[in-house]
Design a protein around this ligand. Sequence first.
Ligand code: NAD
Length: 248
Amino acid sequence: MGDKNLFEEAARLIKQSRKTIVLTGAGISTESGIPDFRSPGRGLWEKLDPMEVLSTGVLYNFPEEFYKVGFKILSSMRNAEPNEAHYILSEMEKEGIIFGVITQNIDNLHQKAGSKNVFEVHGNTREGSCLRCGKKVSFEILEEKVNKKQIPPCCDDCNGVLRPDVVLFGDPMPYAFDLALKEVKSSDLLIVIGSSLTVSPVNFLPDMVRHLIIINATETPYDYKADVVIREKASYALGNIWDIIKFQ
Ligand code: NAD
């Protein structure tokens, strides 16, 4: 099937679906300048192992190390702006074409683009909390303390180590994942955008729906089971599909 037919087939599946939900990964934000983990030649994985630097093992045992390396990666995502793909998804939600977005991303770009129904299954870079007393703080507080060389940053109340509220390797999944699971189970169609589908348990979601569309620049382990696989950039693919849905 050529690209044009793939876009048409994807648009047809979306139009006929009773409930469609989208799952996004780091690949939707590369066009906003945030490197993903696994793109060949460009992904962060090629430079360092996120499973090590962004893990609870490092945070708990070597908090200074975590703040010198892992935290910088998280902090660097916060100034990015949404791209066309984020805006199209927000428009699709507004028009009732999709129910919402489950995202593995922690960059806040879906919300910045106007999406309302966002399930952040790997947490966010808006907040942090104290490992000892659980007190919530804004991410800016973490950044301020780190900039003032308070490494690791500590809680003003109990002096416990503060952590960002992102899901690190080794952390349990948040409640948002239970909610996302429920929505996927009641959906007919899942559209995966920009995810290598190699991080568990999120990569179990494609098994739970009747219909599956995958938009990803490179192969994924679920391509064999998808109704449509589009190996293009997210903004280009979504732009074409959205034009067909709007104008046909
Ligand atoms: P991943 O890095 O494992 O996979 C990203 C996939 O996107 C790759 O297969 C790549 O080929 C594809 N891709 C890259 N640019 C693309 C584009 N413009 N259009 C379409 N596809 C594109 O990402 P993942 O599956 O999300 O898993 C990595 C984990 O890292 C997640 O838990 C995520 O939270 C985290 N992470 C988040 C961010 C972010 O918030 N922006 C960035 C890096 C990593």
